[in-house]
Design a protein around this ligand. Sequence first.
Ligand SMILES: Nc1ncnc2c1ncn2[C@@H]1O[C@H](COP(=O)(O)OP(=O)(O)O)[C@@H](O)[C@H]1O
Ligand SMILES: [Mg+2]
Length: 371
Amino acid sequence: MMRERLRVLVLFGGRSSEHPISCITASSMLTSMDPTRYEVIPVGITTTGQWTGFEADPGTWNLPGGQLPHVPEPSDPLSLHVTAEGTHELVSAASGESRGFIDVVFPLLHGPFGEDGTLQGQLEMAAVPYVGAGVLASAVGMDKHFMKIAFQAAGLRVGPWETITDRQWATQREAVLDRVAGLGFPLFVKPARAGSSFGISRVGDRTELTTAIEEARRFDPKVVVEAGIVGREIECAVLDGHGSQSPRASLPGEIVVHDGSSGHEFYDFEAKYQDGGAADLSCPAELPDEAIERVQELAVRAFDAVDAEGLSRVDFFYTPEGDFILNEINTMPGFTPISMYPAMWERSGLAYGELVDELLSLALERGTGLH
Ligand SMILES: Nc1ncnc2c1ncn2[C@@H]1O[C@H](COP(=O)(O)OP(=O)(O)O)[C@@H](O)[C@H]1O
Ligand SMILES: [Mg+2]
């Protein structure tokens, strides 16, 4: 008897500013999933949060160049329905008519309302298995303030930082500016919960601070300000273990931003996605064997520190003194074939397709609920 194909709901787009990046990630995922094993059901989430079945060929979405893709508002939005038997079905939100059943969800979403635990909460409520981190790890991994607290509590090194809440900015601006300037310059001012470098500025002196904070606040009323760290940008991909096996770390990769020639002071949005020559991703990073082992161990500890599951990309600064300082964990990293996460696994002996298989089998193995 032929084994039934696994029905995989691939969710992409979403309400965050990383909507187009998610579409591009989905485009490559959809074109590379084995059709003999998976029945892929692509569903786009619009910027207003509507779910829509997807007919257009997402293989046509690409970077760099062209326009950033987005999911159009649907005429017949979908919703996720749990049947009396506990199976999961997509239905037309208007008519309730069935649009097919699903076994597992691959939430290829970045940023708030996708990578931050909110969607994971919705999937937990529906008791449908999904790839990646659960509610808590997703939320902590999204929030640069709580992420650092969790890392510190686990004995992991992060750089000096200050957080500015909405209330503090409204009521004690001068005190906030003094506190933040106390970190020294240059500073990096960031929305606490964004991604793809949106809203991030490098600030050279106090006169530029207010503008940078206001810019970050366009994305999030909570702002994180960090002391600038001098170091190479080294990343490591982590993939969960099966059963009680510990998570696995890939060979590390390195991001090299060509500042002088391209005008990018750091790994900003354009350098990431729009200016092909601005940055090189190299894997494996040229590091002494001892440093490779150390960063792999730190990456797994960071993964465990936030209680991550499934996958994460852990990003470090490697200082001239040879120390690794944690920058961040991404619980749903970019996943195009040229993205760091799959590239690092590829170099570590796990091809793109096998990686997708692993993630789906980990999701099914875990299920939902407390574990
Ligand atoms: N404290 C810092 N010191 C030096 N460079 C930084 C610092 N924070 C961020 N950067 C630069 O900005 C980029 C984006 O910052 P990051 O915190 O990774 O934001 P995002 O979550 O949007 O990816 C980093 O890849 C790095 O190039
Ligand atoms: Mg980053």
